[in-house]
Design a protein around this ligand. Structure first.
Ligand code: DHB
Ligand code: FE
Length: 284
């Protein structure tokens, strides 16, 4: 049977992708950030997942105000890196897993979650920057990717509680797929940042660290945090963090299993306008 073996969490700042693509990763500003992912790249290479279910948000790239799906699951065979205004990033095409994605769609929709299914889309920095942070600059991404795009850009965004429940449904879906696949789930975006208005530039280190503690130790309580608290404490774009709750909800302990092992934890400020947080949790 397919199994979710681990969850990975990371922020997705577009300038990180630009720094890598332009050969600036060794510069003093960027070096401390990329060092935080050295362990992760090694760990991921050893884990050799077959598929990563990558929870991210599109930034009005594939979707626009014409279509605003709350939860959009990619069922395509391939996804091209998007042109976000400066040309597409020079990273490999993302290969999907239509078979597992279709199974997840079937299972999760029958489990009462009304997903949107997407058979064609380009993927922006929300998806490609986490891949770059975890994989570096390979000629091909070393696993298949199932994108799950969550609307956290246009109000109303889904609650943390709903995201946490969706993660649990995804776990049930993967568990019932009849193939011996090593599956990881990644929650991306966040941490505290605000890109707009009088509070632009907001970072809240204390709140971020306390939120990470709670995500690890008491995910049920973490999932109850209301939307307004994210906006007040972590800034308007800090709401991206609800996507981490989908990955956390898919871990074994939430379904009565053993607690996950914290393999790695990293926090760094600044990266562009964003506090970068990163976690790796393994199911024992
Ligand atoms: C930045 C962060 C984001 O999450 C994003 O989508 C765009 C820009 C930034 O920190 O600059
Ligand atoms: Fe973002």
């Amino acid at each position: 049977m397919a199994r979710i073996t681990a969850s990975v969490y990371t922020s997705h700042v577009p300038a990180i992708g630009a720094a890598l693509d332009q050969g600036k990763a060794g510069e003093p500003y960027w070096q401390p950030l990329f060092r935080g992912f050295d362990f992760s790249k090694q760990w991921l290479a050893e884990q050799r997942p077959d598929v990563v279910l990558l929870v991210y948000n599109d930034h009005a790239t594939a979707f626009s105000l014409d279509f605003i799906p709350t939860f959009a699951l990619g069922t395509a065979a391939r996804y091209a890196p998007a042109d976000e205004g400066y040309g597409a990033r020079p990273v490999p095409e993302v290969l999907g897993d239509p078979e597992l994605a279709s199974h997840i769609a079937q299972s999760v929709i029958q489990d009462d979650f009304d997903l949107t299914l997407v058979n064609r889309m380009d993927v922006d920095h929300g998806l490609t920057v986490p891949l770059s942070l975890m994989c570096g600059q390979p000629r091909a991404w070393p696993f298949r990717v199932i994108p799950l795009a969550v609307n956290v850009v246009q109000y109303p965004a889904p609650s943390g509680r709903r995201c946490f429940q969706l993660g649990q449904a995804i776990r049930r879906a993967v568990d019932s797929f009849d193939a011996g696949l090593n599956v990881q789930i990644w929650g991306t975006g966040g941490m505290s940042h605000q890109l707009q208005g009088p509070r632009a530039g907001l970072i809240n280190r204390e709140w971020d660290q306390a939120w990470l503690d709670q995500l690890i130790d008491d995910p049920v309580a973490c999932s109850q945090i209301p939307h307004i608290d994210y906006v007040r404490e972590a800034g308007s774009e800090g709401i991206e963090l609800v996507m981490w709750l989908i990955a956390r909800g898919a871990m074994a302990d939430v379904a009565g299993g053993a607690r996950p092992v914290v393999k790695h934890r990293f926090y760094h400020v600044p990266a562009s306008n964003t506090a970068v947080g990163h976690l790796i949790l393994e199911n024992p």
